[in-house]
Design a protein around this ligand. Sequence first.
Ligand code: G16
Length: 542
Amino acid sequence: MNKTVSTTPYTDQKPGTSGLRKKVPHFQQPNYVENFVQAIFDSLEGFEGETLVVGGDGRYYNREVIQTVLKMAAASGFGRVLVGQGGILSTPAASHVIRKNGAFGGIILSASHNPGGPKEDFGIKYNIGNGGPAPEKITDTIHARTRTITEYHIVEADDLNLDTVGSRQLGDMTVEIIDPVADYAELMESLFDFTALRALFAGGFRMAFDAMHAVTGPYATEILENRLGAPKGTVRNGTPLPDFGGHHPDPNLVHAKALYDEMMAEDAPDFGAASDGDGDRNLIIGRGIFITPSDSLALLAANIHHAPGYSGGISGIARSMPTSGAADRVAAALGIELFETPTGWKFFGNLLDAGRVTICGEESAGTGSNHVREKDGLWAVLLWLNILAVRKLPAKEIVEQHWITYGRNYYTRHDYEAVDTAAANDLMDDLRSRLGGLPGTSVEGLTITSADDFAYHDPVDGSVSEHQGLRIGFSDGSRVVFRLSGTGTSGATLRVYLERLVTQPSRLGLDTQQALADVIAAADTLAGIRSRTGRVAPDVVT
Ligand code: G16
């Protein structure tokens, strides 16, 4: 039976870079979830009788929220909901299920790489019919709606069994519990040369994949071990846990340090990789070499034609603004367009839909293509494997050859986490106010040639997104970008992105932090990071 419940608005339901992310106890406040879900439905038109896809990364509170979403979807008039078995769907798999089934949209429950558990993070995100995150126009409407909401609609019914595949009825709506892996694995098989990959593993190729007790475990086990014949144990931490085993499911050099150390050892496997909480990020480490996400994007773009799904080449490349310029020179060499977008996968959707780009990437460990409308961790890993199988060279050699051809963009990101929000805003406001006077001045021996507050003009729909990061360029081509994260859940996270292009062959093997030492010093002097945040060093260096 449908029920309408009165409610009052919360004032803090503004979606960030990727949906609404808060601590679990915050979501557990009365009607907090219901208000946001109703605000999503109230912001959409024409979904009567249509299909919705629902799934999450299996973190704490996933199952409870799925039950609420199902009952509210039934009360709001959806005709059918597809749910991953056990409430599980990786973010890229959800994107694929939306596209494959012509769904109206999807609700993805995830806080990505953030920790999970009763006191940790949770998130709700709406994806549109192209399979991608809702664009700003829609997230702004949802936010506006959260501020005026007075009631929500829900079906009164028992919780549904999410654990067995099959069809159930909830009011007038059908709920189909689907295998979360099957469709995605089939899609991967259509893009990559599984015969060559099977031969690679049969030939003794050794790989370590860290699923970080997060959603990619079942996907990686099915694809790498079952379908490609990689030895059992290739996938580590492969069972998704609601608290990710107490770790941050963030595939970077801090939280995947054990994998990194293993890959730097004498007897390292040939290839190491990891993915995050919801399966959209990737970490790539060759034996003896960490490959930065920015370099990985450039290398994948330059070699993607080796994979059957991309043998015809690519139409263009897009990268987020703070991502290094490594991909730009690949685009120039290929004679294709390069787009610089704000941080956030949602900004790639229009370019992909319009066929302007085939591959996209971000410095935040995201890479993907037009096969879905999300970044896709396992896809990036399989593309790397396909390239290794065809080129028959170690990853390290492929990277070093790439640097010789295109130059090397030394790149690092320094994160200052849980900074006092007012101090972080003051730092940004102060620097922003001084941008106009910076060109022509020098700092730490570097001459500033450009300084601006990045604004993006979407070439497809003409929309404008302002204040997307402060960028300062130096005369030797190096650069620093300052941004506040849109995904943190406590205080502010200041991200400082630092980059320098080096082309001299003798200077391609330097230590990254040393190669960037003067740019790092310039960043601190320009923004007063130490004095304003009280921090003497970043919390995370990637
Ligand atoms: C999300 C977005 C990405 C973005 C990243 C970092 O990733 O989907 O596009 O690059 O956050 O954003 P920020 O710098 O604002 O924290 P994920 O993997 O968390 O969904």
